[in-house]
Write a protein that binds this ligand. Structure first.
Ligand SMILES: [Zn+2]
Length: 248
């Protein structure tokens, strides 16, 4: 369901020029209002039975890529990383909708994928969950920081505290999705700094893992703040070719 706060956000998106993004949300709002018991499925657009996904899309999300769930990705030697689904199908659609259309309810659906955490993975009890901060200008445009919403949902599932630990410098404003690997590295060099002294382990959460540049840059800043153990969790992992195809 779309609440009034989201509707206000949609209106602001419209004022900021996201007219074509605004229209489908209006249609969904009207359908959700007319059929309060049958919300619209955020993946396939058909009427669902009250949830944000229809039963078909929900079972596809649960089943898609289960073999890949929680596989480790070696971003760098001291940065253990996991992802929950490949960046395809229903998971990809949900990430895109959360990212570009600011639908908060999607974060909860994605966060459900975290559990159960496989037995060989555990975070120290004093771990703090944080996220990759969004540039302020983009946050104003989108009304929400989808990274924060995902991190808070993930922290809730893992029973860990969550708070902002990084600041993003406003000088680095280019959208990473439009850049190649070398450009990403340059765009994000020194783009983050720690907000506080960090003497506890950190779980950094992000929506999609592509080249890993953002995760590495954030890890650098967290280490600069004092963090000795950093973990990285992405909800989806873009496979080779997705970046080149602009498929993020
Ligand atoms: Zn569906």
């Amino acid at each position: 369901m779309i609440d009034l706060k989201e509707l206000k956000c949609m209106k602001q998106q419209h004022l900021y020029g996201g007219f074509f993004r605004f229209l489908p949300r209006v249609k969904e709002f009207l359908l959700d209002t007319v059929y309060p018991e049958c919300a619209v499925c955020r993946a396939c657009g058909r009427l669902s039975k009250g949830g944000i996904l229809c039963p078909d899309c929900r079972s596809r999300l649960q089943a898609d890529g289960m073999a890949f769930a929680w596989d480790t990705e070696d971003l760098e030697p001291d940065l253990p990383a996991w992802f929950l689904r490949p960046h395809t199908g229903v998971a990809r659609l949900l990430v895109i909708r959360l990212k570009h259309q600011a639908e908060k309810c999607i974060a909860e659906e994605l966060a459900d994928l975290i559990l159960p955490v496989p037995g060989h993975i555990s975070f120290p009890p004093d771990t703090v969950v944080t996220w990759v901060p969004m540039p302020e200008s983009r946050k104003r445009e989108r009304c929400i920081d989808h990274g924060e919403i995902l991190a808070r949902s993930a922290a809730g599932r893992l029973n860990l505290p969550c708070r902002p630990l990084l600041v993003r410098l406003e000088t680095r404003e280019k959208t990473q999705a439009t850049l190649n690997m070398a450009q990403r590295e340059a765009n994000l060099a020194h783009a983050f700094r720690p907000r506080e002294s960090i003497d506890f382990p950190v779980l950094l959460v992000d929506d999609v893992l592509t080249t890993g540049t953002t995760a590495r840059r954030c890890a650098e800043a967290l280490r600069e703040g004092g963090a000795r153990r950093i973990f990285f969790l992405a909800f989806t992992r873009a496979m080779k070719g997705a970046l080149k195809d602009g498929n993020i």
